[in-house]
Design a protein around this ligand. Structure first.
Ligand SMILES: [Zn+2]
Ligand SMILES: [Zn+2]
Length: 164
């Protein structure tokens, strides 16, 4: 999806609304498809004092499986984006500037980049997930299993024998 922004750069318009829904369900990241829900993009491109700025919010849901307890989860995600758009660069090195090719805003490319950048580094169903019992495999978020109490730490076992 390309937005033609030439009228903004030429001073013929001073704003352009962005309001769309995108489909990134086929996007694969680390052997998973985190973006199975529609991706909503809402914002606008405005011109002020010859500076063309894109401001938008990307909202969607992340689908994943918890690294610790393996349960499927869905978390909502909201990414605010603000970028200055330029039609040409004069030797400036600036990450905040997005250089446009022929005044076209490649919105899908930009949204894809932001989605991946903002994925959490760990897939957790919740921050304090207790994971699975290494012995019986029970999901410890649902309650404790009986394993812990009857497992004796080998270091404690040595102590116990010494005391005997
Ligand atoms: Zn979990
Ligand atoms: Zn257990």
């Amino acid at each position: 999806m390309l937005y033609q922004l030439k009228p903004l750069f030429m001073g013929e318009r001073d704003s352009l609304p962005i309001d769309c829904e995108m489909d990134f369900s086929g996007l694969e990241y680390q052997n998973a498809h985190p973006f199975q829900s529609p991706v909503r993009v809402k914002g606008e491109v405005t011109v002020s004092a010859d500076i063309v700025t894109l401001r938008m919010t990307i909202s969607t849901q992340i689908h994943g499986n918890c690294d610790r307890c393996l349960t499927a989860f869905v978390h909502s995600m909201e990414v605010p984006v603000e970028r200055v758009l330029v039609a040409s660069l004069n030797n400036e090195e600036n990450d905040e500037y997005l250089l446009l090719n022929d005044y076209q805003l490649p919105l899908d490319e930009l949204v894809e980049e932001e989605l991946i950048l903002n994925l959490p580094s760990k897939n957790l169903c919740r921050k304090d997930c207790r994971g699975l019992c290494p012995k019986c495999g029970k999901n410890l978020n649902e309650g404790l299993c009986g394993c812990r109490s009857d497992t004796i730490d080998p270091r404690l076992e040595v102590l116990r024998q010494l005391m005997n």
